[in-house]
Write a new protein. Structure first.
Length: 77
């Protein structure tokens, strides 16, 4: 993945990402840790629902506004 043009994390999608979905699996991660997925406009809702029904989704913010909290990974990592 190129830092200049991050792409959507949805399987098979190659569209530019515009959203950061910050999530955490409480069985694996400390409460403050945030993993990230990236999403294009088309896949934001689908990826959010996937994480949400599992209780993992913590935040959805525009990629342009994302500032990773301490202990987070950079988007797409």
């Amino acid at each position: 993945m190129s830092d200049e043009n991050p792409i959507c994390s949805a399987k098979g999608c190659h569209a530019d990402a515009v959203w950061v979905l910050a999530w955490n699996n409480p069985k694996l991660h400390t409460p403050e840790r945030r993993k990230t997925w990236l999403a294009c406009e088309e896949h934001r809702e689908h990826l959010s629902q996937f994480l949400g029904v599992r209780g993992f989704l913590k935040d959805v913010v525009p990629l342009s506004e994302w500032q990773a909290p301490e202990g987070s990974e950079r988007p797409g990592a």
